[in-house]
Write a protein that binds this ligand. Sequence first.
Ligand code: GLN
Length: 500
Amino acid sequence: MELYELNLHDAISGLKDKKFSASELFASCKARIDALEPNVRAFITRTDSTPQPCENPEGLLAGIPTVLKDNLCTTGIRTTAASKILGGWRPPYDATAWKYLRESGAILMGKVNMDEFAMGNTCGNSAFGPTHNPNDISRVPGGSSGGSAAAVSAGYVPFSLGSDTGGSIRQPASFCGVYGLKPTYGMVSRYGLISYGSSLDQIGPFARTVRDLQLVMSVLAQYDPMDSSCFREKNPDFTHREDVSLKGKRVALVKEFQSFTLDAPIAEAMKKTRKVLEDEGAIITEVSLPVVAKYAVACYYALAMSEAHTNLERYDGVRLGYTVTDAAGVKEMFEEVRSYGFGSEVKSRIIAGTCLTEPSRCDEYYVAATKVRTLIAQEFARAFGETDFILQPVTPSLPHKIGEEDDDAMKGYETDLYTLPVNLAGLPGLSFFTGYALGQPSLTPPNLGGEQGGNPSAQRGLPVGLQLIGPRWSDPELLNAGVILERNLGTPKIANGGID
Ligand code: GLN
């Protein structure tokens, strides 16, 4: 076994027991990145040309390599949000989430790709080009945190960080065959996260086991006075507990979702997981979420675009990022900077957000959406009076081929139906691995993947993920349930990125 293949727990204990050194682990991960990166293209900026100093050799994450989504600020290291408008911006401060990792001894291998300003679900809306799914490099890794999911799936690093505004951790986790947690809103400090929709954004981890997510959360979930929405009670306990069981726990399916179409492997995964839950003693029930089913997508996009248009107002070429010096006047300067700097998806959302909040329409759209959001939060609160968890898909279909994105933006937005209600209600959501979909046609990309018959991960099929949702602040219980699911459904394998 190569060192890059170790999950986070095994890497930590191997280092502690001196089975190998931190520099050997670093070298193994770096060699893995060198080998796969021409196919996967997860990085925007690599910082692994020389071994980085470990800030805390006694820390929980001492010597553990990691990568960050490129919307997390890193002092002195280019941070782009995958946009041209930030130019080569080097932040003068660290995102708190990164500060906590760094102070626990983690080593930064680089900043990874995403949809520009986290707007999208393919990792294809990036000024740096698309990232490829390491399980089948002809397909999208999902988004917006596609680089973070791909890096963990390909064995670059045992864990990474992303952000989730409407599904951007959970969807790429399921597309790439890793675990991803979108924590309760307020659980992890957002200080130093480049804002998209501030009332929805939340930072969270990706890893190849659920226990590894628990470990990373124990570092991330600390109060931070720099984020006013960060929780103020005592730190939650993410320690793994062997004694937890699902016996007698209620797990609900959503009534309104039952008639929606799912790809066969996803419907199959729902059945399989339901059986696992029943065998573990859980009681399968049903909850009704009519407002979610009917209005969540419209409500989310109205709010996300409105918040985005205010958040992105700061990129005007004056104080940070890309600028022009020869414009005829201030207005012309703004126009030139923003026309060149923003990609088309970002521009259309800024324009939509401007319309939605324009004084004559604000009540009808933005304010109405905030009211619907309250109804959605109440609907979930009621549902969690009747159940402990909700089980549902992450997406209705498996990852599509790169370049086959639908031109109809609305269709792309609708595929977020299963993830974005969780953000609207501020809940925690775990994307977990359920197995590989066999019998997927044409998984081997032409001219890639070695000999005829395709590469081993292509033969294995695409990973299929599902989602478990809990009430606010139930993140530790959610992860404990995830450990039980992983024990039954199996742990994902590292994907080969089309090389062997
Ligand atoms: N796909 C959704 C959007 O584009 C969610 C993105 C995200 O969670 N950052 O808004």
